[in-house]
Design a protein around this ligand. Structure first.
Ligand code: IPD
Ligand code: CA
Ligand code: CA
Ligand code: CA
Length: 262
């Protein structure tokens, strides 16, 4: 696979931030963990990684805006390009030493996501996608799974943590879907849930109340792997963060079952 200059820039930045996270993983007791809200942890590792990504991406593309989870929006002179970045998706996993976390970088031009990188430094899985050019994991081209019957499907999901989202609705959704699917998985890193729908490991995924930095890169990843992604109730996906995806059949079936429950 020949990588474009843009993807190269993003991969280099993700790998450097990934080395920082890998070092921090061994030093969890020194990470000054604090709470942004109930069960919403942040640590020195998240902040250090975001600062590195900001420096590397802004150096490579001066003027682009930057929108990250920990430091918010930093405007650039180029109003049409914005990096949307989660420096550590899966903080709770990371702080427990569970190797399911990632750096997620998307580039948005006007309203369109044109490039994406999701990198899990714990297993060195690197997902890349560019609009119109396909999605890859390391050098392997990705394609969503082909299953068409929900009862054959493994579906990933997310539950809201304390103080965020509608827990009653999430439980209702799970109660309706559970008897219809082969199995649920809840891994705790939205970017990797989406990446693993792109790779065909999961047949589908839904979760509500996510933020743009959780899903921007993963949305492009799934679409470039031939999948369908949308907002569960038909709203603006990056605004509500209510995401549902899979191949066309799985996506449509999940949407049909989820919509009336709200
Ligand atoms: C979280 C993860 C998790 C999702 C949460 C997110 P963070 O991101 O993506 O899977 O269920 O809603 O906030 O805070 O670990 O970057
Ligand atoms: Ca967080
Ligand atoms: Ca996140
Ligand atoms: Ca995060």
């Amino acid at each position: 696979m020949l990588q474009s200059a843009l993807i190269n820039v993003m991969v280099k930045a993700a790998r450097r931030a990934g080395r920082s996270l890998a070092r921090d993983l061994g030093e969890i007791e020194h990470l000054q963990v604090s709470l942004k809200g109930p069960a919403d942890f942040v640590s020195k590792a998240d902040k250090r990684a975001e600062q590195m990504l900001f420096e590397d991406l802004t150096k490579a593309r001066p003027g682009y805006g930057f929108y990250g989870e920990e430091f918010g929006r930093r405007e650039g002179t180029d109003k049409s390009h914005t990096w949307i970045v989660d420096p550590l998706d899966g903080t709770t996993n990371f702080l427990h030493g569970i190797p399911q976390f990632a750096i997620s970088i998307a580039l948005q031009r006007e309203d369109t996501i044109i490039a994406a990188v999701i990198y899990n430094p714990a297993n060195d899985e690197l997902y890349t996608a560019e609009r119109g050019k396909g999605a890859f994991m390391n050098d392997q081209r990705l394609r969503v799974a082909g299953r068409r019957q929900l009862h054959d499907c493994v579906i990933a999901c997310g539950l809201p943590h304390i103080g965020r989202g509608n827990f009653t609705l999430a439980l209702k959704e799970m109660a309706v879907l559970q008897p219809k699917v082969a199995g649920f998985r809840r891994f705790g890193a939205a970017s990797l849930d989406l990446a693993q729908v792109a790779s065909g490991r999961f047949d589908g995924y839904w979760e509500r109340n996510l933020s743009a930095w959780d899903i921007a890169a993963g949305i492009l990843m799934v679409r470039e792997a031939g999948g369908t992604v949308s907002e569960i109730d038909g709203g603006d996906l990056l605004t509500t963060g209510n995401v549902v995806c899979g191949n066309e059949y799985v996506h449509d079936e999940l949407t049909r079952l989820l919509r009336p429950l709200k």
